[in-house]
Design a protein around this ligand. Structure first.
Ligand code: GMT
Length: 376
């Protein structure tokens, strides 16, 4: 199949999922065209069957806001015609499904029919999409998609609650490439560079937005390091990072916390981690938690959104109500101070992650694509 993928090219989970999906589809012989404003962070261009088309938005001083949706839909029309693309897969309702719908309509004028699959990722629904300023457009674009998928049951249910959706939403969970993590596990793990032998290593990875409750990460760690020797690895960048660094100074734990910034070496950091913290306000899925589990790292998280579908309470980690820092730190200590329990959780985490291996999930997308092609 010739497929166009539209996504956000940033470090966010949706961009990662879209990129990894495209790469695996290309390996299976499909021709994949990424169409976005920057090369996606995990996209290696020197792959067979991979193409990247950049959307340029010309700056014009008259406009207060430059019209990205217009540039994207025009680029979609041009690329779909030029490369005879058969199917459009947009990740994120805002603004991709909206721009995709316009592209479809323009193409229809020329007698070209291209089905559109829309994958909902969370922020486009539970955080931004439901805002009254966007809601009608999001509602419309979802209903106009030929097939709609969501990354968790929880996100599917939220979408039905928040919008008037007339279509069936199919759940296709996010995935991990187990083979790749197995290969990276063979590389030497430089744990000794980061912590002493007797110290436990706790890790958090995110884009440091408010929804990630970074302060809770620091406060959980604060309580843990009072009970046992530990280090905290903070990976990622975003608006809450400076505040987090300040809080570490105020709590006098800066010497135990390492801020890495954005990193392309997540596996190398996870290889020496003993525990992963994800105390988010909401999380449609929690791809970062799954990536940690695939490296055998148990997870202490909240029970919000789709997290219980990934992190199994009492098995791969523990779940708590949002903001319950005391319980999350007690659970962290429980796992970290008992070597046998920690090892049991590590192996459970890895086993559960294998259920989300790309090999199991990719055929679900291929089925959806075939269904979409038959629907037009
Ligand atoms: O919240 C993020 O870290 C980024 C965000 C995005 O918009 O890319 O992630 C969303 O999509 C990911 C991939 O499907 C999910 O794993 C995240 O849980 C989801 N974030 C939220 O729902 C807040």
């Amino acid at each position: 199949m010739k497929i166009a993928i539209v996504c956000y090219p940033t470090f966010g989970g949706s961009g990662v999922v879209a990129t990894e999906l495209g790469l695996e589809l290309a390996r299976r012989g499909h021709e994949i065209h990424f169409i976005t404003y920057r090369q996606p962070v995990r996209l290696e261009l020197l792959n067979q069957n991979i193409f990247y088309h950049e959307v340029h938005v010309p700056e014009y001083p008259l406009f207060h806001y430059q019209p990205y949706e217009l540039a994207l839909s025009s680029k979609l029309v041009d690329m779909i015609k030029l490369h005879k693309i058969e199917l459009l897969h947009v990740h994120y309702a805002i603004p991709h499904a909206y721009a995709g719908y316009m592209a479809k309509k323009m193409l229809e004028e020329e007698g070209i029919k291209v089905p559109m699959v829309t994958t909902l990722h969370g922020t486009d629904i539970t955080l931004v999409g439901k805002h009254p300023f966007y809601r009608p457009a999001v509602n419309f674009s979802i209903n106009q998609s030929d097939i709609v998928t969501s990354v968790s049951k929880s996100l599917r249910d939220d979408t039905y609650k928040l919008f008037e959706i007339k279509k069936e939403i199919e759940v296709i969970p996010n995935f991990i490439e187990i083979d790749k993590t197995e290969i990276s596990k063979q590389a030497p793990c430089s744990r000794s560079l980061m912590a002493k032998e007797n110290e436990r290593i706790i890790t958090h990875i995110s884009n440091f937005r408010k929804v990630k409750r970074i302060e809770d990460v620091i406060r959980i760690f604060y309580k843990v390091q009072e009970k046992l020797p530990a280090k905290l690895m903070m990976v990622g960048d975003g608006p809450e990072k400076e505040k987090a660094e300040q809080l570490c100074e105020d709590l006098n734990i800066s010497n135990k916390v390492i801020f890495f910034g954005n990193s392309n070496e997540i596996d190398k950091i996870l290889c020496y981690s003993d525990l992963f913290l994800l105390p988010s306000e909401t999380e449609s899925f929690g791809l970062a938690a799954l990536e940690a589990m695939a490296c055998g790292v148990p997870v202490i998280s909240t029970n919000s959104g789709g997290l219980p579908e990934v992190n199994i309470h009492g098995k791969t980690g523990f779940l708590s109500d949002v903001g319950n820092v005391v319980e999350m730190s007690e659970n962290a200590i429980k796992v970290l101070e008992n070597e046998d329990l920690l090892n049991q959780f590590k192996s459970n985490a890895l086993n559960n992650a294998t259920l989300f291996d790309i090999k199991n999930i990719l055929p679900l997308y291929e089925n959806i694509y075939n269904k979409a092609l038959q629907s037009i």
